[in-house]
Design a protein around this ligand. Structure first.
Ligand code: SF4
Ligand code: SF4
Length: 485
């Protein structure tokens, strides 16, 4: 039993996690892959329409270290590289690669490693990059980048504390694949050369806990249960609970010798290193009262959500809202004609009985409840005031960007104020203003450089003309002198 700490704020929520078994879906007729990975991070197609691809073959890549290669999740033919709706809060369409599957599921041969300890940490890290692995907890940050030590790492934390209501993909993965998760954790510990490794799960997951204890019985990994207080599964909150270290808003856990990875990521690392398989599938929870038969599904990346919903028997008649992610931090979807991406951990179809009463927001009564539950120790009421009146500088004074959008303040607000919605909008406006300012500085610099170059060219031209004139004058005076002689 290791000592545990408590992070500020947080709330106890009804988990709505009744699911555990993992279903294997049928192969969809079409797979779709957006080229946009995260905000402003694009990959380039390395295939052409008409080209045949195998399962596991790279279809898009980028030189950007913050992008990861995309692999085909089944064999088939590239039918188009065209605009399709993508999973984005503003319902964006963007360029996607579309594969028509051939039903054969022919696999591109991989390069499995029989004993990871025979390879160097750098080689293994490179393999995780080539396998396109990202953090599967929802952030989708490239795992290879997180596994690169800037400072020595003393503790690797594997996050299985799936704290957001409804989502149960991690707990079901632990129950089904605890042994492989332990292997993936050991590989990452070896890559980081970390002194210790902890796997943390919530204390409401007894079956998963037992599975991990049995799988780790002969290795030096600590399996720890943490209280089910939302958002314990947040990276910084979990680190604080397990180590007492408070990671400052602008700092990274790595700055403090800590690295946190999700259990799904550990499983993907095991598959990439031990089996030579790139990341082409993940576990997704399909749940909510709006889904007829909720399930956890091992889905291929690129599968249309509607295909997975059909495998769950479709929607119930009273479905009201479709969300990608959980009920607290997910994004609303306008359609299910959108493909699963690496970050998709849950598809939640909610009925009106599950949605909070859609009452119009009332004035803030300054009760302070929002500040009491805020895990980032912010003053949401002040942030709301300034974001609503577009006083963005003041928003920054009140640390707007430290908000992790956990939604705790929304849940407790007696005035039903959509606080997080305001904070997201304010962040969006500030980010676009910052981008515009950066572009203006760049344009000014470009103009100044252009002017400088033109000035230099003029000077050079003038110099050449003067030299030429001096030469002509010299020649003329020499000719005059010759005539005199
Ligand atoms: S919880 Fe709502 S009403 Fe209370 S202070 Fe915060 S914003 Fe105002
Ligand atoms: S959404 Fe932001 S402001 Fe609200 S409780 Fe969470 S971190 Fe605090």
């Amino acid at each position: 039993m290791i000592k545990q700490w408590k992070f500020p704020g947080g709330i106890v929520l009804d988990g709505h996690k009744q699911l555990a078994d993992i279903s294997e879906p049928t192969l969809p007729p079409e797979l779709t892959y957006p080229l946009l990975q995260r905000s402003d991070c694009y990959v380039e197609p390395v295939v052409k329409p008409g080209q045949r691809v195998l399962k596991g073959e790279v279809i898009a890549n980028s030189q950007n270290p913050l992008a990861t290669p995309v692999h085909a999740a089944s064999s088939g033919v590239i039918t188009a590289i065209a605009s399709r709706l993508i999973a984005h809060p503003s319902g964006l369409s963007d360029t996607c690669i579309i594969i028509q599957t051939d039903g054969l599921d022919t696999v591109c041969p991989g390069n499995p490693c029989p004993d990871y300890q025979l390879e160097t940490p750098a080689e293994l890290r490179h393999k995780t990059a080539l396998a396109g692995i990202v953090g599967l907890g929802g952030a989708a940050f490239p795992t290879a980048v997180k596994l690169k030590n800037r400072l020595p790492t003393h503790t690797l934390i594997i996050n299985g504390a799936e704290c957001e209501p409804y989502i149960s993909c991690d707990v079901s993965l632990i129950q089904a694949n605890a042994q492989q998760i332990i292997q993936g954790a050991l590989i990452m510990q070896y890559i980081l050369q970390a002194e210790r490794c902890i796997i943390a799960i919530e204390n409401t997951m007894p079956v998963a806990h037992q599975a991990l204890l049995s799988a780790a019985s002969e290795v030096d990994i600590q399996i720890i249960t943490v209280p089910a207080i939302y958002p314990t599964g947040g990276e910084k909150q979990l680190i604080e609970v397990l180590t007492g270290v408070k990671i400052p808003a602008k700092a990274l856990p790595a700055d403090h010798g800590l690295v946190c990875q999700n259990v799904g990521t550990a499983y993907a690392v095991y598959q990439a290193i031990c089996l030579g398989l790139p990341l082409t599938e993940r576990i997704i929870t399909l749940t909510g009262k709006g889904i007829k038969y909720p399930k956890n599904i091992r889905a291929r990346i690129g599968t249309p959500i509607k295909h997975l919903v059909e495998l769950c028997g479709g929607y119930t008649p009273d479905v009201q809202r479709l969300i990608m992610g959980g009920s607290m931090m997910g994004i609303a979807l306008s359609t299910d004609d959108i493909a699963v991406i690496k970050a998709t951990n849950c598809v939640l179809a909610m009925t009106s009985s599950e949605l909070s009463v859609n009452q119009a927001a009332m004035p803030c009564i300054r009760c302070g409840d929002c500040a009491t539950v805020c895990p980032a120790e912010l003053l949401p009421q002040q942030l709301y005031w300034h974001s609503r009146s577009k006083q963005f500088e003041q928003c920054q004074d009140y640390q707007l960007f430290n908000c992790i959008e956990c939604g705790c303040c929304d849940i407790v607000c007696p005035s039903q104020i959509p606080l997080v919605q305001n904070f997201r909008a304010a962040k969006g406006e500030l980010t676009s203003k910052e981008k515009q300012a950066a572009q203006a500085i760049l344009a000014k610099k470009r103009y100044q450089n252009q002017q400088q170059r033109r000035g230099k060219e003029e000077q050079e031209k003038l110099g050449k003309a003067e030299k030429r004139q001096a030469m002509i004058d010299k020649m003329k005076s020499a000719a005059t002198n010759r005539k005199k002689v």
